[in-house]
Design a binder for this molecule. Structure first.
Ligand code: GLT
Ligand code: MN
Ligand code: MN
Length: 389
């Protein structure tokens, strides 16, 4: 593979322990790969050139570990990080696997489950911070319903808000340098999950006591499952100053939660996403929340991980070419041409401006009949992506 597409620390490419560590279990089939230890996974990731590794509390420390076992596991993991130079930018809490969370964690109707979820998250925050994490992700996979007879959506919202407010205060109380990133998903494993899109999360964050501590972790596959344009969700999050983290993968529209290798399905949307992140200067982790096909052994898992990063780097190169392509840029200039005749109507409101605007004649026919050359622009993009340009 050419050096041009060699990952480096500047891209902050990260993977979850649960991604390369996926043993390929699904609802219809048993595991197809042996479980690898967190320490071995750190070495695998370092070997393929990743920058960092993220984890759920229980990816690293089993849910029933004693505190002596926890300390030994954490110390071995720290050694592996030191040996490989890998870092832990993000940690998260598993609030979905254990049977106690079958009807949700923060939104459960059972106050004991809600309190346990809080306790588990406090411990997971401590664990993440101990290993250097600056972001704590919240993915509420079980926070939803199959029947709305079971849970009151208003109550569920209040419970989630109360939990997030409590956890923000805990972070402040302990002086941690930590922010939260909320990850939306429309469904799976629940019939419907609350706050199903990144846009819904952004609206919810504004209702918290410390909105400045909380942003989003949008995932390609999750917006695509909802039939939405991922780039638009990311742009809205960026505009709001809330793009704290991102989960990159791929997913065919309308399918189950596929979590495929980045760029495996829709190259054009992956391209515009990479171009956006590079153009705006996104500085966070580029986290691949995906896993290898179930057909693969661990060599295939490495190919999967290398592929995620390589595709990102190729698309970065394509984005630079797109920005430097004179024909594309000339078209963009033409599309965005401004003859200055509307200057008087731009900017903020004034009574005089509104009055003048009401007097202005517009040539609707010429506006409506003008061709916009988007067909040419899109084909130039396709040519560029297919390597004929
Ligand atoms: C789970 C989910 C992901 C989340 C992870 C963080 S867990 O794999 O499918 O989208 O990001 O909890
Ligand atoms: Mn997913
Ligand atoms: Mn995710």
């Amino acid at each position: 593979m050419s050096d041009l597409f060699k990952p480096g620390p500047e891209q902050k490419f990260t993977f979850g322990l649960w991604t390369v560590g996926s043993i390929g279990r699904d609802s219809f089939g048993e595991p197809v790969r042996q479980t690898m230890s967190p320490v071995d996974l750190v070495h695998l990731l370092a070997g393929v050139g990743a920058y960092g590794v993220n984890f759920h509390d229980n990816d690293l420390v089993p849910i029933d570990a004693t505190s002596a076992q926890r300390d030994r596991i954490v110390s071995n993991f720290k050694n592996a990080l030191a040996e490989t130079g890998m870092v832990v930018p993000m940690a998260t809490t598993n609030l979905f696997s254990d049977a106690s969370f079958k009807d949700g964690a923060f939104t459960s109707n059972d106050p004991k489950v809600r309190a346990y979820a809080l306790q588990k998250t406090l411990n997971a925050i401590d664990l993440g911070v101990e290993l250097g994490a600056k972001i704590h992700v919240f993915w509420g996979g079980r926070e939803g319903t199959e029947t709305d007879a079971a849970k009151d959506p208003l109550e569920a919202g209040k419970r989630t808000r109360e939990a997030m407010n409590f956890l923000c205060e805990y972070v402040k109380d302990n002086g941690y340098d930590l922010k939260f990133a909320l990850e939306a998903k429309p469904n799976e494993p629940r019939g419907d999950i609350y706050l199903p899109t990144t846009g819904a999360m952004l609206g919810f964050i504004a209702t918290l006591d410390h909105p400045e501590m909380v942003g989003v972790n949008p995932e390609v596959a999750h917006e695509h499952m909802a039939g939405l344009n991922f780039l638009h969700a990311v742009a809205q999050a960026w505009d709001a100053g809330k793009l704290f983290h991102i989960d990159l993968n791929d997913q065919a529209f309308g399918r189950y939660d596929q979590d495929f290798r980045f760029g495996a399905v829709n190259i054009k949307s992956a391209f515009f996403l990479v171009k956006f992140l590079e153009d705006v200067g996104y500085q966070g982790s580029r986290h691949f929340d995906a896993h290898a096909y179930r057909t693969e052994d661990y060599e295939g898992v490495k190919s999967f991980a290398r592929g995620c990063m390589r595709t990102y780097l190729i698309l970065m190169d394509k984005a630079a070419r797109w920005n430097a392509d004179s024909e594309i840029q000339a078209l963009l200039l033409e599309i965005n041409a401004d003859d200055g005749s509307m200057e008087a109507f731009k900017g903020s409101y004034s009574t005089a401006k509104a009055a003048a605007l009401k007097e202005q004649d517009f040539d609707r026919q010429s506006m409506g009949s003008k061709g916009l050359a988007y067909e040419r622009l899109d084909q130039l993009t396709v040519d560029l992506l297919l390597g004929t340009r």
